[in-house]
Design a protein around this ligand. Structure first.
Ligand SMILES: [Cu+2]
Length: 190
């Protein structure tokens, strides 16, 4: 009996807390929609970014998807597709077509970084953490900083001072021409 009472008390408390959270969230949403908020952005000169290795996969099939008559949730979305004949994708490793397997599935893969565009100010101390998420391994160069190997599950960190305005490129030597990124360094305002 005592146990039942305490469970009931906990549930009651949780419901009350949830109602307060929802009320607060609704209040915030209303205010943001109807008022102009003044922000004071951070003036910090230390900039830190987490850059993931990514491959985008366009996985499809020689065969059109088939609806499962026993499932209302099964909506066949893709038609039958064949890989392009005499594909002209660039060499360099950044793109790959995997030809149809035994059941007709095939894939077009494109390597990239996320994010691949980074903006900092002249004089900032910039820290980039490269994270090996997708792809077995990469060989990454940050121009003017160095080259390092990165395997899945690893994080490699580089830091530098962005001394001059301009563009600093970074790229993966194994996945060109598309696995590239840029750090845009904005000039110090005078
Ligand atoms: Cu790579």
């Amino acid at each position: 009996m005592a146990v039942v009472a305490s469970v009931s008390m906990i549930l009651g408390t949780q419901t009350e807390m949830l109602q307060k959270v929802l009320a607060k969230a609704n209040g915030t949403t209303t205010a943001a929609a109807n008022t102009t908020v003044t922000l004071n952005p951070s003036q910090s000169t230390k900039k830190e970014f987490w850059v993931n290795t990514v491959h985008l996969d366009g996985i499809t099939s020689l065969h059109a998807a088939v609806a499962n008559p026993n499932s209302a949730q099964n909506t066949p979305l893709h038609p039958a597709e064949t890989p392009p004949v005499n594909s002209t994708i660039p060499t360099g490793g950044g793109f790959r077509i995997v030809l149809p397997n035994q059941v007709g599935a095939w894939d077009f893969r494109s390597f990239t970084f996320a994010p691949d565009q980074i903006v900092v100010n002249q004089g900032d101390k910039v820290t980039l953490h490269f994270i090996g998420v997708q792809g077995v391994h990469h060989l990454i160069t940050v121009d003017g900083v160095g080259t390092f190997a990165l395997h899945r599950g690893e994080i490699h960190t580089v830091s530098f001072i962005a001394n001059n305005p301009g563009t600093i490129n970074f790229f993966c030597k194994l996945h060109l021409p598309n696995m590239v990124g840029q750090i845009l360094v904005l000039p110090k305002s005078v």
